[in-house]
Every structure is written in C-alpha cells, then in structure tokens.
Ligand binder design. Structure first.
Ligand SMILES: CC(C)(COP(=O)(O)OP(=O)(O)OC[C@H]1O[C@@H](n2cnc3c(N)ncnc32)[C@H](O)[C@@H]1OP(=O)(O)O)[C@@H](O)C(=O)NCCC(=O)NCCS
Length: 143
C-alpha cells in the first residue's frame, strides 16, 4: 500500500508504519486486489466511530500498469458489499477526475444521492498548496 501510494504521485503518502497499523486494525474495511499474484490496487476505509452507519473511504489506488480495467470499481463495490453501512463518505479534490467518476459511478449504480460540500479547505491545511478536500456523501446505498 505504501509503495502504491508513493508511486501514484497523487495520494497523500502516509508513513509505512501508518499503513501497517491500518492493516492491523482496519482489515475488515480495507482490501488489496491482486492480479496474477501481484499487488495491483488497494482501498482503505473505516466505519465512523460516532456514526456506524457511515463508511468513510480513505484511499483508493491502482498500480499504473493495472489502471483502466475497472479494478477500482471492483474494489469499491466489494468493500461496500461487505459492510452494513448505508452511507459512504470520501473526500476528493476537484482535480481528481478519475476519483470523481469512480464515486459518481457508485452513486449511480446504487441509486443513491450524492452530496458534495467542502470538508477541509485549502487554507485549513498546515502546508501550502493542498487543494480543498470536498466531502462526497453517498446514500442510501442500495444493492
Ligand atoms: C483513481 C484510480 C484508483 C482509478 O483506478 P482504475 O482502476 O484505473 O479506474 P477504473 O478502471 O475502475 O475506472 C473508474 C472510473 O474512473 C474513470 N477513469 C479512470 N481513469 C481516469 C482518468 N485518468 N481520467 C478520467 N476518468 C478516469 C473510468 O472511466 C471510470 O469511470 P466510468 O465508470 O464513468 O467509466 C487510479 O487512477 C489511481 O490509482 N489514481 C491515483 C490515486 C488516486 O488518485 N486515488 C483516488 C483518491 S483516494
């Protein structure tokens, strides 16, 4: 996961320790996709502690060589199918067209409403140059 996050050149890269701890504690809401035995993509998420009906999707990445095969769609669908959550949240920056299409497609397939609002604005971040992270709230999730 750490390697894919670095290679993506798009994701905020967390420490390798953070990914290891994540897999220890949130394996139930995270998935790794493999193709021919090779790590090809991952999705991480968690159930919000104060709102167990909401699944927060944190990061999705597919390795360059496996992109465009609907792998992220499969990862997202598999994650949604394995949770009891009725609402999904994620944050996306406006420049991430692939991610916007991924989550817009989920809303369409599940017949859910998608609401978008700023969650963390550019100026909220301690570092310069971080784009606003918009919250996408999708629900109710049908099957
Ligand atoms: C976003 C990402 C996970 C998509 O993975 P993928 O497996 O190649 O995507 P899929 O083949 O499943 O396609 C999903 C949707 O995105 C669209 N899409 C994929 N790549 C795209 C691109 N470069 N530009 C615009 N749309 C794109 C597809 O057309 C599809 O939309 P549709 O259902 O409306 O046709 C991948 O590009 C990636 O790892 N990006 C870097 C990390 C990142 O930005 N993650 C998201 C933020 S957490």
């Amino acid at each position: 996961m750490y390697r894919m996050a670095v290679d993506s050149r798009t994701l905020d890269v967390n420490s390798s320790y953070a990914y290891m701890l994540w897999c220890r504690d949130y394996a139930g809401t995270s998935l790794m996709a493999t193709v021919d035995g090779n790590d090809a993509g991952f999705i991480t998420g968690y159930t919000r502690p104060d709102d167990p009906d909401t699944l927060m999707v944190w990061q999705v990445a597919v390795d360059d060589q496996y992109r465009g095969r609907r792998l992220s769609v499969k990862l997202l669908d598999a994650l949604v199918d394995r949770t009891e959550a009725t609402t999904l949240e994620t944050t996306i920056t406006d420049d991430n067209a692939a991610s916007i299409r991924l989550f817009t497609g989920l809303a369409r397939r599940r017949g859910a409403t998608l609401r978008k609002s700023p969650l963390f604005r550019s100026g909220d971040f301690p570092e310069e140059g971080h784009d606003t992270e918009h919250l996408y709230r999708i629900g109710p999730l049908g099957n």
